[in-house]
Design a protein around this ligand. Structure first.
Ligand code: ADE
Ligand code: ZN
Length: 343
């Protein structure tokens, strides 16, 4: 069996995907037309041509601009349902989606429309695809911590529909520590806590996320590769890292996929996972990310299966769902072993 086929049929979870980053140019135009929103692009091709980035901020500027087309609950529903359909086709069996409420509320969209549309789509996906899914509300770190506190308060009526909180947006110059209070409050309310760290920022931002925010997972975490002590800590604590290879390539966090730290981290025993981040912008969905690292780093089927197991055990799915998915992976690996997996 070709490795690509092995990956395509491997049951897996996705833990690092921004729902706004799944907005394909075709849907961007359709939603803009439906809502009467003017776009600064002539065509789908012009939008795709604009997706050239030298750093995270280049991408974020375009990403926030694209959100203008998302106006009402139905838009969020359509976006999330379309992604769940795509996820199911890739044999993603559990999905945790980030969303950026501040970027919508500041444009006048009601918080309840954002969460209502997204959570209804996830409910439908559970029914239609047997896909379990959760929402993680991210705070934008380029905005003041008080904004994040206000957002947490806005979320209170919707608490049961949101699994966790995260921290994203521009990293350099925005360390995690100022968000300690909002994370402490969120944790007290039962939210699971994660944060982007070490994508463009230094290893100290990863330590800050672990110590000041007490996160359970680090999103990205690439910079840990430069810090032996931190690598040892992440391995000892088994802190999951949700890594995003094609995103790192597109945003020039790495020059070449062969330089991606995921393989060395895996070999050191860190609980690393593969994710797509913003698939509409970075040229690949989750299975493309698995294929790209398998190819560039020479990962074999056993390693890929372990990465999929990591995605399940690092997830916020309950214990019985995790066990069900681990059993699915084991059964799949046993069947695949009967036909040799080759390049
Ligand atoms: N928001 C969406 N994608 C992001 C990324 N890769 N880093 C930080 N914030 C983001
Ligand atoms: Zn991200």
């Amino acid at each position: 069996m070709p490795i690509k086929t092995f990956i395509a049929n491997l049951p897996k979870a996705e833990l690092h995907c921004h729902i706004e980053g799944t907005l394909e140019p075709e849907m961007l135009f359709a939603l803009a037309a439906r809502n009467g929103v003017a776009l600064p692009y002539e065509s789908v091709a012009a939008v795709r041509a604009a997706y050239r980035f030298d750093r995270l901020q280049d991408f974020l500027d375009i990403y926030y601009q694209g959100m203008a087309a998302l106006c009402v609950a139905r838009d969020f529903y359509d976006l999330a349902y379309a992604y769940c359909e795509q996820a199911a086709a890739q044999n993603i069996r559990h999905l945790e989606l980030f969303f950026d409420p501040q970027a919508h509320v500041e444009r006048g969209v009601a918080f309840g429309d954002v969460v209502g549309g997204l959570s209804a789509a996830l409910e439908a996906a559970r029914r239609d695809f047997d896909l379990s899914a959760g929402l993680i509300m991210c705070f934008l770190r380029h905005l003041p911590p008080q904004d994040a506190l206000d957002t947490l308060a806005l979320a209170e009526p919707y608490r049961v529909r949101i699994t966790g909180v995260g921290l994203d947006s521009s990293e350099r110059g925005f360390p995690p520590q100022p968000f300690a209070e909002v994370f402490a409050r969120a944790r007290a309310q039962g939210y699971r806590c994660v944060a982007h760290a070490g994508e463009e920022g230094p290893p100290s931002y990863i330590e800050g996320a672990l110590d000041a925010l007490q996160v359970e997972r680090i999103d990205h975490g690439n910079a840990a590769i430069d810090d032996e002590k931190l690598l040892a800590r992440l391995a000892r604590q088994q802190t999951p890292l949700t890594m995003c290879p094609l995103s790192n390539l597109k945003l020039r966090v790495i020059d070449d996929l062969s330089a991606h730290p995921i393989k060395r981290m895996f070999e050191l025993g860190l609980r690393v996972t593969v994710n797509s981040d913003d698939p509409a912008y970075f040229g690949g969905h989750l299975n493309d990310n698995y294929c790209a690292v398998a190819d560039a780093l020479g990962l074999d089927a056993a390693t890929l299966a372990q990465l999929a197991r990591n995605s399940v055990t690092a997830s916020f799915a309950d214990a019985s769902r995790q066990q069900q998915l681990l059993d699915e992976i084991d059964a799949y690996v046993a069947t695949a072993a009967e036909s040799t997996v080759a390049d």
